[in-house]
Design a protein. Structure first.
Length: 279
């Protein structure tokens, strides 16, 4: 599943190509995504200009203007989605469900083999407040912003017995810390993934917040992680998998102590850790 670094990489790639272009036509080939695509979007975006692509959690927010801001196309990549810009005339793939034809002879194309992604139309009020869309309203802070601090994490964990790895993957607590980056951050911080959230000290919260921020920044710089089928908006894979220390390395030596990396399912997701280095 594309996680925060992959979605951020997609947004940055799109922002090199599509801002200030005009949508000449939108085509919906299959509306059966996680939620049905609203066909009214076709007319709402016709002859509209595109602004700078934003990211909130794992959602891409594409502003649409007709002299003034009309609203946003909110795209989620789901488990296997890609949002790419291709030259007009590029053969459409089997699972390319949405296309936006731009006035620069390029096509913005949404491809999603498993159809777990989504495309919504949001009014400015639904995207920015005060009437936030339900999918945005309950989200926690962005992990790279100041609001996600050691004190915040310490305060919110005091009465929570949930395992810390499952806890930090909850988007209501903090957005965008998916399975790969949760495992890597906990290893960097030296915290066992099965620890109760409430057992963390303030110093451990400081170490974990620092590790999450550093891990995500490094992954964004590397263009994300390609373990299966992630590609950026330019069709390029991510390279952070070359720097993974524990994720997907069950049975291999820990980079610190050389003992075997362990794997266990937590919250229905595979967790990788070092029993010796993480306490």
């Amino acid at each position: 599943m594309p996680e925060l670094p992959e979605v951020e990489t997609t947004a940055r790639g799109l922002n090199q190509v599509i801002p200030e272009t005009k949508i000449q036509e939108m085509r919906i080939y299959d509306s059966r995504l996680r939620w049905p695509v609203d066909f009214n979007m076709v007319e709402l975006v016709k002859n509209a200009s595109i602004g700078e692509v934003l990211r909130r959690s794992k959602y891409l927010l594409i502003p649409v203007y007709k002299k003034t801001l009309q609203g946003y196309m909110m795209i989620h990549l789901g488990m296997s989605g890609r949002l790419q810009v291709v030259p007009e005339g590029t053969p459409r793939e089997k699972h390319s469900h949405l296309e936006w034809f731009l006035n620069n002879k390029q096509v913005l194309r949404y491809t999603d083999p498993r159809r777990f992604g989504s495309a919504h139309w949001l009014t400015p009020e639904e995207a920015e407040g005060p009437a936030l869309h339900p999918l945005l309203a309950s989200l926690g802070p962005e992990p790279l912003e100041k609001s996600f601090s050691a004190q915040y994490l310490f305060d919110i964990t005091r009465t929570r017995s949930q395992k810390i790895k499952v806890f930090i993957m909850n988007a209501h607590i903090v957005v965008g810390v998916g399975n790969i980056y949760a495992s890597e951050s906990l290893f960097t911080a030296g915290i066992h993934p099965e620890r109760a959230a409430s057992s963390l000290t303030l110093d451990e919260c400081k170490a974990l917040v620092k590790a999450i921020k550093a891990t995500l920044k490094k992954a964004i710089k590397a263009g994300g992680t390609t373990l299966k089928d992630f590609q950026s908006s330019e069709g390029k894979p991510g390279y952070f998998q070359q720097e993974l220390k524990v994720y997907g390395r069950e049975g291999l030596p820990c980079p610190n102590c050389k003992r075997e990396i362990q794997q266990k399912k937590l919250g229905q997701r595979a967790s990788f850790y070092c029993e010796h280095c993480q306490v």
